[in-house]
Design a protein around this ligand. Structure first.
Ligand code: ATP
Ligand code: MG
Length: 420
């Protein structure tokens, strides 16, 4: 029979990779809680309109990358390509916006984008998503960078670059749009088909185009950064001076753009050379008008997402063992009777306990004990039962000793041995 395989771009995460994912997510959680964030779990499937309206209909994500389908009820639904849109929806729908002055939220889970699969680019990938609602001051922009710095330090990542830019507000962008429409209009014939359309619909998206021709043209265009309005410039300078105070090296990249329309002012990306062309493993920015544009009050926002799959490619972990593992090797039917009482005893006391069901020989049991990383093997056979003892083998030192076959005191007796 033909085997059913996973879908292209979808994969199983197991073994060491799952341990690296956990490390990233556990450390992120720890720092997020330290900084006062609350976890929220939001749906993976949303109305298609949520993403079209927020991410923007001339973006790559909305134009090409969404898993959109009509459900059996006839509604157009989409597997979330990113989390911010859903977080804002939840912030409004739960009424959080009316209850608290500042909301600091995070969510961890899978995102879906129909992209060409390659190293670091999958159709299902995980993000740690972080959002702050209600703070306009640039100190929060810097606080986020500081938290990111602590998370990456704790994960043990040494080499990375934080790049930042300001993409301004609707006011400075309006003026700038007119400026660049003029600039690109002259070079229209050399732009790709998508960008010719973008020129009409959403000219700023041309800066996000990956095609070499368009990149070259936009590479020498006027820059939004040089045309920011005064309040946007003051905000960005404030952000930079706080990062200086914190002593975090951060590079201003005047050409940095993000592939989503809702961003305003500060945007940032963290990259590493170790990733090749998919080099960004974390990205984010401000979205001061998003909440209002979704029907809420004028609450500013800022957030970022860690691409767990990509960050995981940059870290190495040796599997750290926690606690001890006890293995029971039994010989004969009478000894077999000790499996259940020992399983109860050890697991009730939070000790990892293994045995090999249907074991045929001591040799096969010892091999299995090794494979599960047991540090103590208890051996019982008819002889031992007759004498009222059990053999205790210390796997690390290949040494053996005996203890009384007394389950009531076994845990204490084993602890006594390991202290010696
Ligand atoms: P790229 O430029 O690589 O396409 P992006 O700008 O589309 O990234 P964002 O929307 O900013 O990505 O998402 C934040 C992070 O999520 C990225 O920095 C990346 O680490 C991760 N990410 C995005 N798309 C994928 C994907 N298809 N597979 C794995 N991780 C991804
Ligand atoms: Mg992308």
């Amino acid at each position: 029979m033909e085997k059913i395989k996973s879908l292209r771009g979808f994969r199983d995460i197991y073994g060491d990779e799952v341990i690296r994912f956990r490390l990233i997510e556990d450390i992120s959680r720890r720092y997020l809680e330290l900084f006062g964030y609350k976890e929220i779990i939001i749906p993976v499937l949303e109305n298609t309109g949520l993403f079209v309206r927020t991410i923007g209909d001339a973006t790559d994500i909305v134009e090409k990358e969404m898993f959109t389908f009509t459900d059996t009820g006839g509604d157009s639904v989409t597997l979330r390509p990113e989390a911010t849109a859903g977080m804002v929806r939840a912030y409004l729908e739960t009424g959080m916006f009316a209850k608290e002055r500042i909301s600091k939220l995070f969510s961890i889970g899978p995102m879906f984008r129909h992209e060409r699969p390659q190293k670091g680019r999958y159709r299902e990938f995980r993000q740690v998503d972080v959002e702050v609602f209600g703070i306009e001051a640039p100190i929060i922009d810097a606080e986020l960078i500081w938290m990111i710095y602590l998370i990456l330090k704790s994960i043990g990542l040494a080499e990375y670059t934080i790049e930042t830019n300001s993409v301004g507000c609707p006011e400075c962008r309006e003026g700038f749009k007119r400026l660049i429409v003029g600039y690109f209009e002259d070079k229209k014939q050399d732009l790709c088909e998508d960008c010719r359309r973008r020129l009409q619909k959403n000219p700023l998206r041309i800066f996000d185009c990956k095609s070499p021709g368009c990149k070259e043209i936009s590479g020498s265009s006027p820059l939004l950064f040089d045309n920011l309005c005064d309040p946007c410039r003051v905000h960005f300078d404030g952000f930079l001076s706080h990062t200086e105070e914190l002593n975090i090296p951060i590079t201003v990249n005047k050409r940095l753009v993000r592939g989503l329309d809702y961003y305003t002012r500060t945007v940032f990306e963290v990259t590493s050379g170790g990733l090749g062309s998919q080099n960004a493993f974390l990205a984010g920015g401000r979205y001061d008008n998003l909440v209002q544009s979704m029907g809420g009050p004028p609450v500013p926002g800022i957030g970022f997402a860690i691409g767990v799959d990509r960050l995981s490619l940059l870290i190495s972990t040796s599997v750290k063992k926690d606690g001890s593992t006890v293995f029971l090797a039994y010989l004969g039917d009478r000894a077999k009777g000790f499996i259940v009482p020992m399983m109860r005893l050890f697991t009730e006391n939070n000790v990892k306990f293994f045995y090999l069901p249907d074991a045929k020989s001591l040799k096969s049991q010892m091999r299995y004990a090794d494979s599960v990383g047991a540090d103590t093997v208890l051996i019982i056979g008819d002889d031992e039962i007759d004498k009222g003892i059990l053999i205790v083998r210390d796997m690390a030192h290949s040494s053996q000793t005996t203890l009384p076959l007394d389950l009531t005191n076994l845990i204490d007796n084993l602890k006594g041995l390991s202290k010696k």
